[in-house]
Design a protein around this ligand. Structure first.
Ligand SMILES: [Mn+2]
Length: 290
C-alpha cells in the first residue's frame, strides 16, 4: 500500500480532492493517506476535507494527527476560546453532526508512527523535542491522546491546564505549535531569532536515527533534509509572498534517482513529491501568525 503524506490542507477542499483523484488514478485503492494535521481552518470548506479523511480512516486507509487548528476548534467547542474573525471552522461547529466531529477529532492521535523501509519514523504536526528518542516521542504521544480522548470533561480540563505545571499539556503545545527552541530547552511558536533556533536544527544536531514528517510552518516552505520532511507549503496562504501548494510526499513511489538505497527513504535529494497548486488566494491574513 503506497503511503502518501500530505501537509496542511486548512480547508482547501478542492485541492485535497484533486490530490485524492490523482492518487486514485495512480494507485486505485492501494494507497494510505497520512495527514500531518491542520486539515481545517482559514480555508473555504472544512467539512468536505473532514469527510474525505474520515472515510479513509474508517476504511483503514488514512492516518490523521491533530494540529493546532483542530485544537483551536476543540477549544471553541469547549468554551475555552472565542471564535476569532480568521477562523473558518464555523461550518463544522454549526453542522448537525458537530458533536460527532468533536468526539472523533479528540480521539485522533498526536503522533503516528511506522517504518519506511527499515527506518522508524513518526508523523506529527509541528515538532518533537530535540531530546526525545523515538520511543519517548511515541510514549508522549500516547500520554497526550489518553488525556484528550477520555471523557469530554477530562478533555476540557486537559486543554485548560497550565503547561508550566502540567508536562503533558506542555508536550501537546510542543507537538502542535512549536517552531523554535532555546538552548535552555524552552520552546516557542515564534519563528527562530537568535539565540533561539529552529526546533529541527537542534533535533538534527542530536543525530537521531528516526525520521520525522511534519507540517505547520508555511512560511518556511517545503523542508527536505536528511531525516526530515516538512510538508506545509501554505496552500491556504497562496499569495503570501509565494505561490501556495498542497504538497504530498510519496516515499515509496518510483524514484527518478536510481541510486537511492532501499533503506534510506529520508535521504536527500528527493524528488518524490506531488504539488497541487492553490486555485486562488483563500486567506488574507490580517496581522496573523497562523
Ligand atoms: Mn499549524
Amino acid at each position: 500500500m503506497q503511503r502518501i503524506f500530505i501537509g496542511d490542507v486548512q480547508g482547501c477542499a478542492d485541492e485535497l480532492d484533486e490530490l485524492l483523484a490523482r492518487a486514485s488514478d495512480s494507485f486505485g485503492e492501494e494507497f494510505c493517506l497520512w495527514v500531518a494535521g491542520d486539515l481545517i481552518n482559514r480555508g473555504p470548506d472544512n467539512l468536505r476535507p473532514l469527510e474525505r479523511v474520515w472515510e479513509l480512516v474508517s476504511a483503514g486507509r488514512a492516518q490523521y494527527v491533530l494540529g493546532n487548528h483542530e485544537l483551536n476548534l476543540l477549544a471553541v467547542d469547549f468554551g475555552l476560546r472565542e471564535l476569532e474573525p480568521n477562523d473558518s471552522f464555523g461550518d463544522v461547529l454549526e453542522s448537525s453532526e458537530a458533536s460527532d466531529w468533536i468526539d472523533w477529532l479528540r480521539s485522533r492521535p498526536l503522533v503516528a508512527s511506522g517504518r519506511l523501509s527499515e527506518q522508524p519514523f513518526a508523523m506529527l504536526h509541528a515538532s518533537a523535542s530535540p531530546d526525545w528518542s523515538f520511543e519517548k516521542l511515541v510514549e508522549i504521544g500516547e500520554q497526550v491522546s489518553a488525556r484528550l480522548s477520555g471523557s469530554r470533561g477530562d478533555a476540557i480540563e486537559f486543554l485548560a491546564a497550565n503547561p508550566s505545571t502540567d508536562p503533558v499539556r506542555d508536550a501537546l503545545g510542543r507537538l502542535t505549535r512549536c517552531r523554535s527552541v532555546s538552548t535552555e530547552g524552552a520552546w516557542s511558536s515564534a519563528e527562530p531569532e537568535s539565540p533561539t533556533r529552529a526546533w529541527h536544527r537542534e533535533w538534527l544536531d542530536r543525530g537521531h536515527a528516526y525520521g520525522l514528517v511534519y507540517g505547520h510552518w508555511a512560511r518556511q516552505g517545503l523542508h527536505v533534509a536528511a531525516g526530515l520532511r516538512g510538508l506545509d507549503t501554505g496552500c491556504v496562504h497562496h499569495g503570501r509572498g509565494r505561490d501556495g501548494f498542497l504538497t504530498a510526499w510519496l516515499p515509496e513511489s518510483n524514484p527518478r534517482n536510481s541510486q537511492r538505497r532501499e533503506s534510506a527513504e529520508f535521504e536527500v535529494p528527493d524528488d518524490r513529491f506531488w504539488q497541487i497548486p492553490a486555485r486562488r488566494r483563500y486567506y488574507d491574513p490580517v496581522a496573523s501568525t497562523a
